[in-house]
Design a protein around this ligand. Structure first.
Ligand SMILES: Cc1cc2ncn([C@H]3O[C@H](COP(=O)(O)O)[C@@H](O)[C@H]3O)c2cc1C
Ligand SMILES: O=C(O)c1cccnc1
Length: 337
């Protein structure tokens, strides 16, 4: 169960922000962040000192259709890279003081990688262009992996969890999920992912349209959408969102894949929305549409399109800034006003 935010504490926090030595509202989104964190943690003086990024990894049968600029093998190679601390997200997580947790919920990589938590539900999804990517039970099992991961991190004292992922081909299911759950025209939701050319972009749109025609996912049933046109790491991240919100932990949504996962969780349990923060605006067109569907406003715009949780980790200091301002700024009363 996801609890409602502490409304009385939020009211108290709003009052405090208004008493700080600045014109009311002048710290913009930082004020909203501070007030919402107060509501999440049940204190006017919240903390995001304990931070983690969960990188869920999975492979995709749909790569057989040629929808990515890179082969599936890159997923496993990047898992080794994460474990070695040398991927983009590792560098940024070190700078921002976040622990990196890499979870293999469904890659095709069969070798054991020290430092990668092995929770494989299956070795990659089936090709969603010809049938369901997963069974409902497989999607539920992947959700549970994420939920348990978030529950454990929260029990360990982590106060904010960033959503990271790795899975060659995963912008394809992300756009499919966006199309079904937002009802937006598919043509406006397909992007270049790892950097595909014009012809491949057009092919990718056709592949996703075929996936929707063949699977007929039910927009009223987010689990059906997730199983039929989603991915194992997307399901894992949706589980992280549910588990974090259930534990009262804030979540930083990353790019388009993380947003597809968050939107899926949001449709399963709308109360998770209050726990979500959007880090940045990705170059992928489906990102903006999905964030809007969750009424989230991105903090950064850096023309990023990497994933892994890189944007989400970059936004952690902004959450910290909100917590410091409310704690350290003087009030008008302090000034004798
Ligand atoms: C070396 C490398 C590192 C990455 N890290 C994240 N992604 C990102 O790109 C992939 C999605 O794009 P598409 O759908 O076009 O395959 C995902 O793995 C995503 O995390 C990467 C991609 C590559 C190639
Ligand atoms: O928005 C993202 O996070 C993204 C975009 C392209 C490829 N991989 C990730």
């Amino acid at each position: 169960m996801v609890k409602q935010l502490h409304l009385a504490v939020m009211e108290e926090a709003r009052n405090r922000w208004d008493q700080l030595t600045k014109p009311p509202g002048s710290l913009g989104k930082l004020e909203e962040i501070g007030i919402r964190l107060a509501g999440i943690q049940g204190t006017v003086f919240p903390s995001v000192e304990r931070r983690a990024v969960v990188v869920m990894c999975g492979d995709h049968g749909v790569t057989a259709e040629g929808v990515s600029a890179f082969p599936s093998e890159v997923t496993g190679l990047m898992m080794q890279n994460f474990a070695g601390g040398k991927a983009g997200v590792n560098v940024l997580a070190r700078q921002m003081g976040a622990d990196v947790h890499v979870v293999d919920v469904g890659s095709r990589c069969e070798v054991e990688i020290p430092g990668v938590l092995r929770k494989k539900i299956k070795s990659g999804t089936d090709n969603l262009a010809v049938g369901p990517a997963m069974t409902r039970d497989e999607a539920l099992a992947a959700l549970e992996v994420g939920r348990e991961t978030a529950r454990n991190l929260s029990a360990d004292g982590v106060q904010v969890i960033a959503l990271g992922e790795m899975g060659i081909g995963n912008t394809t299911p992300s756009s499919a999920i966006a199309a079904v759950l937002t009802g937006h025209p598919l043509a406006e939701l397909v992007g270049r992912g790892t950097g595909i050319d014009e012809n491949t972009l057009s092919l990718k749109g056709q592949v996703i349209q075929r996936a929707l025609d063949v699977n007929q996912p039910n927009p009223q049933d987010a689990l059906d959408v997730l199983a039929k046109v989603g991915g194992l790491e997307i399901a894992g991240l949706a589980g992280v969102v549910l588990g974090a919100a259930e534990a009262g932990t804030a979540v930083l949504v990353d790019g388009v894949i993380a947003a597809a996962a968050a939107l899926t969780a949001y449709r399963m349990e709308p109360a998770v929305g209050a726990y979500l923060f959007a880090s940045h605006l990705s170059q992928e067109p489906a990102h903006r549409v999905m964030l809007a569907a969750m009424e989230l406003s991105p903090l950064l715009q850096l023309e990023m399109r990497l994933g892994e949780g890189t944007g989400a980790v970059l936004a952690m200091p902004l959450l910290e800034a909100a917590t410091r301002l409310v704690r350290e700024m003087a009030t008008f009363a302090d000034l004798g006003l």
